[in-house]
Write a protein that binds this ligand. Structure first.
Ligand code: ATP
Ligand code: MG
Length: 422
């Protein structure tokens, strides 16, 4: 089968020209270049995908260097294991020398040795990701599909390439679920059986790698379907026995998307995923997945605030009370609780803090209070706090009103709480 038409159709013009130029330069060097992985899968499906993975029968690093010297593409990085990254406008192209991978033990990083295109395809996760398209001029566009990936695409199947695949690298379990849910596919019967057999192999995978796969899931359009499926397959409890992938998660993930912009979503999804846990249940999860200090703080704050939400369920609550209750928490943790809470009043109070109260500032600052005769130290601190509280509660609005209030505080009968009364 020839896919020249699909490539010409889907790739932006300049990117296509660059790819052709790379292939021309490769041929001059006696090498050959192929498109591989996601781009091939998505071209067959008719989905746009501009993340290009190229494999080179030859020296990918030297080729990438040469291309960066003779075109607009910049060499972003290269590695002595034969991989290089080029950047061209908004596109990145990953280039790699064809290689063979073997696993010394389950979950280990693979041992990489030089190989053939066939070796490079069989080391891959699923048949639908193990196809390539030749870019050389004599068979430009030819599909190379030794594992019947196209047939599996047509039958909507996710299939591993050999029975030891999941035990070699159990991250493929998470990857498989991600593709299955993204594409609306199903695991092929034997793959499904082997997946079940090898679920416990996830214990051989480092926390960083498992977390990375969850991060990839959280970049999907509707990650809740993958989370639900992971729960159904019994994968979630292997990551942490307390995680659930139920209807609650689906509803809240959807609400998170309606209330937030895409860049914020992955960390919100992470916090929603652990929302039903207690702090002591969270601890082993943080360790197992080597969660960053920043995200750990967000998760812990989320759970702490969760236990205090009842304090926000009062109709006559003053804005300043809401402010003092919430100001110590990470804004993202407040957002998670706003998404999670089923009580409209709690939700509204949390949103009020996030959208308004946390930004409220007095018009007068310390310098201006000094000019009004306040001395620096506790007197001024107290006055600023009173002004801020009045502003939060709408008791003052304009600068003139703040000045009036400040001056009333200076009146002879005004005592700050911080000073002993005489
Ligand atoms: P996506 O649309 O999710 O980016 P992709 O196919 O481009 O899909 P990448 O994660 O960018 O996926 O990886 C590129 C290719 O590398 C995959 O198509 C697959 O062939 C291979 N690959 C990635 N991770 C693994 C793995 N753990 N085991 C085997 N092959 C893998
Ligand atoms: Mg990719």
């Amino acid at each position: 089968m020839n896919l020249a038409w699909q490539i010409e159709q889907y790739l932006p013009r300049q990117l296509l020209e660059l790819v052709k130029d790379i292939s021309r330069q490769a041929v001059e060097r006696g090498e050959r270049v192929y498109l591989v992985g996601g781009i091939v899968r998505d071209s067959l499906l008719g989905y746009p995908n501009f993340d290009l993975d190229l494999v080179v029968e030859g020296d990918a690093v030297k080729l990438a260097q040469q291309v960066s010297e003779t075109s607009q593409a910049r060499l972003l990085a290269y590695h002595r294991f034969g991989t290089a990254k080029l950047r061209y406008e908004n596109f990145t192209l990953d280039m790699a020398t064809v290689r063979k991978e073997t696993y010394a033990r389950p979950g280990a990083l693979p041992t990489v040795t030089p190989g053939t295109l066939q070796d490079d395809l069989i080391r891959r996760d699923f048949s639908i990701n193990a196809m390539s398209i030749s870019l050389a001029s004599n068979n430009y566009g030819e599909l190379i599909d030794p594992y019947q990936g196209k047939n599996d695409l047509e039958h909507h199947l996710i299939r591993i390439l050999h029975p030891g695949s999941f035990s070699d690298d159990a991250t493929r379990i998470l990857r498989g679920v991600r593709y299955e849910q993204r594409l609306g596919f199903k695991f092929e019967a034997q793959t499904a059986q082997l997946l079940k057999r090898d679920i416990s192999m996830l214990d051989t995978i480092s926390g960083d790698r498992i977390r990375h796969e969850l991060e990839l899931i959280f970049r999907e359009k509707q990650p809740e379907s993958a989370i639900k499926r992971l729960a159904e397959l019994g994968v979630l409890p292997v990551i942490s026995p307390f995680l659930k992938g139920d209807g609650w998660i689906a509803e809240k993930f959807d609400r998170a998307r309606r209330l937030n912009k895409p860049p914020q979503l992955p960390s919100l999804y992470f916090c929603l995923l652990i929302y039903s846990l207690s702090e002591s249940e969270l601890e082993p999860f943080l360790t197992r997945l080597n969660i960053s200090a920043k995200l750990s703080r967000m998760m812990l704050d989320t759970l702490r605030l969760k236990t205090s939400l009842a304090l926000l369920d009062k109709p006559s609550q003053k804005p300043s009370e809401i402010y003092y209750l919430l100001r110590e928490y990470e804004p993202a943790a407040i957002q998670v609780n706003a998404i999670a809470s089923d009580y409209p009043m709690v939700h509204n109070h949390l949103q009020l803090f996030l959208t308004k109260l946390r930004y409220v500032r007095t018009a007068l600052n310390g310098e201006e209070l000094k000019r009004l005769g306040f001395s620096t130290g506790p007197e001024m601190g107290k006055a600023l706090q009173i002004l801020h509280k009045a502003k939060l509660d709408g008791e003052v609005d304009t600068r003139a009103e703040e000045e009036k209030l400040a001056l009333s505080l200076k009146a002879p009968n005004f005592r700050t709480d911080l000073e002993p009364s005489r």
